[in-house]
Structure formats: C-alpha cells, structure tokens
Ligand binder design. Sequence first.
Ligand SMILES: O=C(O)C(=O)C[C@]1(C(=O)O)C=C[C@@H](O)C=C1
Length: 90
Amino acid sequence: MSTVTTTAATPEQLIADCRERIDALDDRIIGLIQERMAVSAVIQEARIGAGGRRVHLSREMEVLSHFSDALGKPGTALAMTLLELCRGRV
Ligand SMILES: O=C(O)C(=O)C[C@]1(C(=O)O)C=C[C@@H](O)C=C1
C-alpha cells in the first residue's frame, strides 16, 4: 500500500485534496480499463479468426486468481466485472 502525504491545514481541505486525487486516479483507472479492453479485443479477434472461441476459460481462471491473490474476494468480483467489460456476458 502506498503512502499518502498532504499539506492540508484543515479536515475540509484534506478531504477536498484527497477527492481531487481520487478523481484523477479514477480517470487513470478508467483509461487503463479501456486500454485493457482494446488489448483483449485483439486477442479475441485473433482467436476467433483462427477458428476458436471468444472465451478462454483457463486463462480467465488465471486472471481471477491474479486479482483475488492481490485483493481478496472483492478482487474476484472486480476481475469478473473486468472480464465482462472485455468479452461481454457469457
Ligand atoms: O487472454 C485471452 O485469451 C483473452 O481472450 C483475454 C481475456 C481477458 O480479457 O483477460 C478475455 C477473454 C477470455 O475469456 C480470457 C481472457
């Protein structure tokens, strides 16, 4: 977990500063998700073009484990949402 430093003089200022940082982080997270969706689409199109299926279950298990190892049970839910964004509903 990274450290958060602030020079805020009041609780109100601290909250405003931190919310600004959260909004900026959320923008970056959204950008990364959009980048992930584009990369995932390249893989899926290549697989379908080669006669395969959109979904690759064993790879999805690896993605789910990656997130749950790092973030616990909510990480699994997050990975499932990411996978749905990247390949649609199954
Ligand atoms: O890694 C793959 O083979 C992908 O197609 C990418 C991806 C993903 O977004 O992580 C998407 C669909 C598959 O079911 C598995 C994983």
